[in-house]
Design a protein around this ligand. Sequence first.
Ligand code: ATP
Length: 236
Amino acid sequence: MLKVNNINVSYGKVEVIKQVSFEVNQGEVVVIIGANGAGKTTIMKTVTGLLNPTQGEISFEDHNTSRLSAEKIVKLGISMCPEGRQVFPQHTVYENLVLGGYLIRRDKPIFQKNIEHMYSLFPILKERSKQFAGTLSGGEQQMLAIARAMMSNPKLLLLDEPSAGLAPIYVKGIFEMIKTLANQGTTILLVEQMANMALKLANRAYVLETGHIALEGAAADIMTNSKVVESYLGSK
Ligand code: ATP
């Protein structure tokens, strides 16, 4: 579904992604794990067209998306839930969901069905639908950010560090929600520092080290790899 082939990405003259290749197949949950500053967000921004690769190619289904605008890429069916959530704090929960569904807004029945689906997945969002998003807790804002990204019925959902800055109790809830979305058939590319939970959820994993893929394989194998255990999973 998504194929990233040998891309380099730079900020000015500084190359932060070097010859990175990976793919996501339909129905999979794929995780990219990596430490602070390894380049995870840069990869997500490149897949969504916010940055362009200086080398290599990205394709989604039959489209070469390497040079497409972010707007065109969203229309092809890739939706991102950004790091740090970035909900619209002065808009209500409902309005945030409406903004997430702007691509399907004219199809009222689908729009309404999606809203109901998100409210059933995240009942707290229904309870808080009229509340300003800025007044939600961090975990609730993360739920809203994921629900907003899901409102456009994406073929591929990108999640950039959904656990970042959340209390452990919320992290567990967020990962359960991601699992539910995956079980319902959403294809997901996740980047995470919280390697343990992400690997439990994923089918396949890539380990990103200072801008290059150091390791890849089935999540179950990556989880037991001694280098990964030592560097990313801590003592268990
Ligand atoms: P984190 O887990 O801290 O979010 P990350 O793995 O997502 O890290 P990136 O944010 O992709 O890493 O950053 C990769 C590298 O690129 C880092 O060295 C970072 O300092 C650098 N970088 C990120 N954004 C910019 C920018 N706008 N200009 C210059 N350098 C940047």
